[in-house]
Design a protein around this ligand. Structure first.
Ligand code: GLA
Length: 527
């Protein structure tokens, strides 16, 4: 009955063109940090939990370290809307009401966030926002909410749209509503998560292509294992870590890939594993939203969660996502640049035994002839290094080093693996040819991108070239047959004929987000 009225209002109030945060990243210049109840408490949320959490975070150093979002997840509302169509909070769970709770946490220095769903119902079966978008946005703003996590359960295509188009339609509508408000809400989009596990990743890539235009962050893939869930929490962290490595190209100041919550009190995790999750998420400049019983966290948990150097990395204004410099099947080495000109190197042992690796400065795009200092961001110790760093890691542990040049400033060359993000295979130099092979490490799978040219580290005078049908290596000659551009779609396009590098075929005409044509490249490559 209310529906036509709401649609009319929406059409009248929603501006046709709305700005994206990536054009002007003022709304959320660095990734959000804070608390959300979901992975720890699921639907068991209430006022006391939020008060106790806010009080604990204000006194244990988490708020001071930057964790300042206090976000409600699903199940905060009643099963029916009010007669005027408004959403209502559950008064048993929130006896003083959400505006009161918002005021409470704000008085402590937090900001207040909420959860809804773009479809008919939330994932937990509460009223979704479909048809009520304008009203719900206004309601949230009236309650003092500044952040909306918009889930995508129960979205049903209409008007002949495909599923992907329907999500785009609804999230685009929300973007126009939210960004048209006098105080725009931060917009966290869960749309991509509904496409991440398909056999072909084309629709997932298509959704990822638009989420950065509409919001400030996107839950791109699986839910992290909840506290009461069955299975391995470490495996769940690794799955989400893996998904995040596939979408690095989308991230820039104003838009952040979200691999889901930090779960530092999950009983299935060792201390090395919890610290790894934090170090990896910080290296990605990912959102750091803790889902744990915060008053019960141990001192050692608070200690690593408030590690200043790693938080500074997470909040670095470049918001570069660390990308894979090398992957050998056990150890992943990731790297990125920081705003002060230093280089980050993050080393993850995915294996079940301790490992030792020598990591060459060349893998990080640095000139090995210079002198560098490496700071271990876990313990703050500095060491002068030449040519590389030797790292020893416990099972599932991660070390992070910040590398600064001792004399002046060095521009790192974007360096790392070039891999097909659907198959996971690495572009591999093999004599004068290139092949896609499982990533096993070594300099035949590490590439440097200098402007439009792409060279293997194993033979830096050779460039990736094409004759129009094949891709191969040839002596670098500064001609169009060796020039490539990297698109946000993930395509590597030849400047010779506009065709795309293709796993299996060498080079072929560019399709729309084809699995065989989407690649991950090192961070720092211009798009
Ligand atoms: C989905 C989301 C989770 C959580 C639940 C709530 O599964 O991905 O993060 O919000 O819904 O029902």
């Amino acid at each position: 009955m209310k529906l036509p009225l709401i649609i009319t209002t929406t059409a009248a109030m929603v501006p046709l063109q709305a700005q994206a945060s990536i054009q002007s990243p003022n709304l959320l210049p660095t990734p959000p940090m804070g608390f959300n109840n979901w992975a720890r408490f699921m639907c068991e949320l209430n006022e006391t939990l939020f008060i106790d959490t806010a009080d604990a975070m204000a006194s244990n150093g988490l708020l001071a370290a930057g964790y300042n979002w206090m976000n409600l997840d699903d199940c905060w509302m009643t099963h029916q809307r009010a007669p005027n169509g408004s959403l209502m909070w559950n008064t048993t769970k929130f006896p003083h009401g959400l505006p009161w709770l918002g005021e409470y946490v704000k008085a402590k220095g937090f900001r207040f966030g909420i959860y809804e769903d773009a479809g008919n119902l939330t994932c937990g079966g509460y009223p979704g926002s479909l048809g009520y978008e304008e009203l719900d946005a206004r309601t949230f703003a009236d309650w003092g909410v500044e952040y909306l996590k918009l889930d995508g359960c129960n979205v049903v295509p209409d008007n002949g749209r495909t599923s992907q188009q329907q999500y785009r339609h609804l999230y685009g509508l929300w973007h126009r509503i939210l960004s048209g408000m006098s105080h725009p809400l931060v917009f966290s989009e869960s749309a991509p998560a509904y496409f991440a596990n398909a056999k072909s990743l084309s629709d997932w890539y298509r959704v990822m292509d638009w989420v950065p235009q509409y919001g400030e962050l996107a839950r791109h893939s699986n839910d992290i294992l909840v506290y009461a869930g069955e299975g391995s929490a470490w495996d769940s962290i690794m799955v989400n870590y893996h998904f995040n490595t596939l979408v690095a190209r989308y991230q820039r100041p104003g838009y952040y890939n979200d691999p889901d919550f930090l779960i530092p009190d999950h009983p299935g995790l060792t201390m090395d594993e919890k610290k790894s999750q934090f170090a990896l998420w910080a290296s990605f400049s990912a959102p750091l939203i803790i889902s744990a019983y915060i008053p019960g966290l141990y001192k050692e948990d608070i200690k690593f969660l408030t590690n200043r150097d790693l938080i500074e990395v997470d909040q670095d204004p470049l918001a570069q996502q660390a990308t894979l410099a090398s992957r050998d099947g056990v150890v992943d080495v990731l790297t990125r640049s920081l705003v002060d000109g230093s280089r980050l190197v993050t080393v993850l042992n995915t294996g079940n035994s301790s490992v030792q690796r020598d990591i060459s400065l060349r893998w990080l795009g640095l000139d090995p002839e210079q002198r560098y200092r490496a700071r271990n961001l876990w313990d703050g110790t500095d060491e002068d290094i030449q040519r590389g760093i030797a790292v020893t890691l416990n099972p599932h542990a991660t070390d992070v080093y910040k590398i600064t040049v001792l004399d002046g400033r060095v521009e790192a060359i974007p360096t790392g693996i070039v891999f097909n993000t659907a198959s996971g295979n690495c572009l591999t130099e093999y004599e004068d040819t290139v092949q896609f092979k499982p990533c096993t490490g070594g300099e035949r799978q590490i590439w440097q991108v200098r402007g439009p040219e792409i060279s293997p580290l194993s033979g830096s005078l050779e460039c990736l070239a094409t004759n129009g049908t094949h891709a191969f290596l040839a002596p670098c000659a500064n001609n169009r047959a060796q020039m490539w551009s990297y698109q946000v779609s993930g395509n590597l396009k030849s400047e010779l004929n506009g065709h795309c590098l293709t796993e299996g075929n060498g080079i072929a005409s560019c399709g729309s987000e084809l699995d065989s044509q989407v690649f991950g490249l090192p961070s720092g490559v211009k798009q």
